[in-house]
Design a protein around this ligand. Sequence first.
Ligand code: 5AD
Ligand code: FES
Length: 345
Amino acid sequence: MRLLIQKAQTSHILTRDEIVQILSCQEPQLLFEAADRVRKEFVGDGVYLRGLIEFSSYCKNDCMYCGLRRSNTHAQRYRLSARQIIETAQEAVKLGYKTIVLQSGEDLFFDTDKMCQIIREIKKLDVALTLSIGEKTREEYAAYKEAGADRYLLRIETTDKTLYEKLDPAMSFENRMRCLHDLKELGYEVGSGSLVGLPGQTVESLADDLLFFKKLPVDMAGIGPFIPHPHTPLGNEKTDGHFELSLKMMALMRLLLPDINIPATTAMETLHPQGRLLALQCGANVIMPNVTYTEYRKQYELYPGKVCTGDNAAHCRGCMQAKIESIGRFVSPSKGFHGDFLRGN
Ligand code: 5AD
Ligand code: FES
């Protein structure tokens, strides 16, 4: 194990079998320490904060794992107006955020024109802008880019095509791949990622996920444990081991893609009270605090037990900074593009 981790730390290359071996290891301490060293060398001690606006909980899709799936009739749906979205972004900028992330279900109400207007308004605030609004046509992606969007988040969720299509039979794995390649070609910083612990998911397929992120290559990748939502078909699944396996995935990602941005995801905090801090110490360098108005946070229920749903943007900003500083790190004043630290920004 020591030799394998040594190899990954210096060459940033592992075979599928080697990744499987490390993911299956019962003593991940050496892996975590190596990831922390590589993180410090390639992205430094600064943590990038991204202000997350969850602007619509409507979704036309029906992913079996997701609380926003259209068949979930228990879900309360909301949709912010363009004005509310822009005001939320302005408040986030006042709190010091240098990146705004706009996330929603796949909500057809926000057509290309509406999205582009919102993007243009937010870009006037001198921030980096990330979109996380799902699968669109190449033309739509091009229009958002033209309007000023810098980055796009679209998790592949799993690279196991059979499993992917089982999780939403109406969705196509090829189309998701097409989206990621289009986004790359259009010049976005591309973020992808996986869910860890999906029923039927194997460690081999998790190894394939990591190799896929390296091949694309991604500029960012978020790993989140799967947390069953009671009002979905997967509501009775377990979460045993998902937290530890997610940490290992994150740490391996840092070794394989040493300079990318890796968020300590909110889902990690749902499964462990110190989840995000532990992730920051196992390779992660980004946190995406919620800046959505408190009254809507509970309704954006991807999974149960989401943290901070009773808090407001200012509270979370202060809370996160204190947590980050408690482990000897600091909030970076940079916009935090891929490679900024190595370029001295
Ligand atoms: N548990 C954890 N993460 C989830 N997501 C959706 N449903 C769940 C769940 N039940 C994640 C997906 C999606 C992101 C926005 O939220 O990976 O890409
Ligand atoms: Fe929201 Fe700590 S980040 S309360």
